[in-house]
Write a protein that binds this ligand. Structure first.
Ligand code: NAP
Length: 309
């Protein structure tokens, strides 16, 4: 059991978590990173990151593989197991993963401090058959799946930067792009909207919400409804959903969260439980970007090191 005690357990191997690991191992702490899926976090679906200082042309995968290798080479242990529960047991927090079975120590880890860096997942539209149609015309990642829709009509849903970037990307691939947004103003950057307006194959479908997925075995259309309750069917082969994200924080039931589910913490990344810190997109904050995730990771690890004394 002794070998499973860590100074710091980081939950999540995205930019925030891996940066935290780098800072904690460099402070000579024994560090384990637990990741449920693939290391790298949400940015690995971004083909070209334009706003990460010093690396103007890097892809999400290349950047995150490099950060992952850096953390490993410095001495962080990284394991793939989904965390199901964290229990505060005073000096130690026990971190229970999916591999845990009662009566065995498998899948249970002890840590003096925990850094939560679980990020967020895509918000769904909430329409009937959405899950069944995922991969059959519904996608949450234009740069991953856009290539399947060469010269075919598609819809993008959302009005933030993700939707705007997706629509721009798809305008060069698909025959037609309907940009469906529930308001007539965009949350995303005006320069992206201006660029989209120059694209002949992009049609703005504003003040409209998706109400029904059309198609039995694969997507054949999207029914939308406007503010006057008029319905219209867009004939499309693909629907790219970009309506924001939800924080992956459900399992942390004892932590204070805001109404959106984000774990409450200030710039020092301290949660309401001693020895538990939060970093990156799942923290309450104004700007969720790679650089702020990375900044959080550094701060959370440094605070954890101070806590360890
Ligand atoms: P977001 O900014 O939260 O935008 C989500 C959009 O989806 C909003 O326009 C929202 O409409 C709409 N929406 C939410 N729920 C909906 C629903 N149930 N039905 C229909 N529409 C719904 O999310 P995001 O675009 O994913 O961006 C997240 C963060 O990443 C932002 O800070 C963004 O700037 C950043 N980002 C940056 C880049 C970059 O390269 N710089 C790229 C992508 C994203 P309302 O506007 O009406 O609320």
């Amino acid at each position: 059991m002794q070998d499973k005690i860590y100074d710091v357990i980081v939950i999540g191997a995205g930019m925030a978590g891996l940066t935290a690991a780098i800072y904690a191992v460099r402070a000579n702490k024994k560090v384990l990173v637990l990741e449920g899926k693939t290391h790298g976090g949400q940015i690995i679906t971004t083909f070209h990151i334009a706003n990460y200082p010093g690396l103007p042309k890097v892809s999400g995968v290349d950047l995150m593989n490099s950060v992952y290798n850096q953390a490993k080479e410095l001495g962080a242990e990284i394991e793939y197991a989904e965390v199901m529960k964290v229990k505060d047991e005073g000096e130690f927090k026990s971190v229970i993963t999916e591999d845990f079975e009662d009566g065995s120590d498998e899948g249970k880890y002890l840590a003096r401090t925990v850094i939560i860096a679980t990020g967020s997942s895509e918000r769904k539209l909430g329409l009937e058959n959405e899950e069944k149609m995922t991969g059959r015309g519904i996608s949450y990642c234009a740069t991953c799946d856009g290539g399947f829709y060469k010269d075919k009509p598609v819809a993008v849903v959302g009005g933030g930067n993700t939707a705007l970037y997706d629509a721009l990307y798809l305008a060069d691939v698909a025959s037609k792009v309907y940009l469906v947004h529930r308001r007539n103003e965009f949350r995303g950057d005006a320069f992206l909207v201006d660029k989209l307006k120059t694209k002949e194959n992009v049609e703005f479908v504003l003040e409209s919400v998706p109400v029904k997925l059309i198609g039995e075995k694969k997507i054949e259309g999207l029914e939308v409804e406007n503010l006057s309750h008029e319905k219209r069917t867009l004939t499309v082969d693909g629907i790219f959903v970009a309506v924001g994200r939800v924080p992956a924080t459900e399992i942390f039931t004892k932590l204070k969260k805001d109404e959106g589910g984000y774990i409450e913490a200030g710039e020092d990344c301290h949660t309401n439980i001693d020895g538990v810190f939060v970093a990156g997109d799942c923290r309450t904050k104004n700007l969720r970007q790679l650089v702020t995730a990375s900044g959080d990771g550094a701060v959370a690890a440094t605070e954890a090191v101070h806590y360890l004394g």
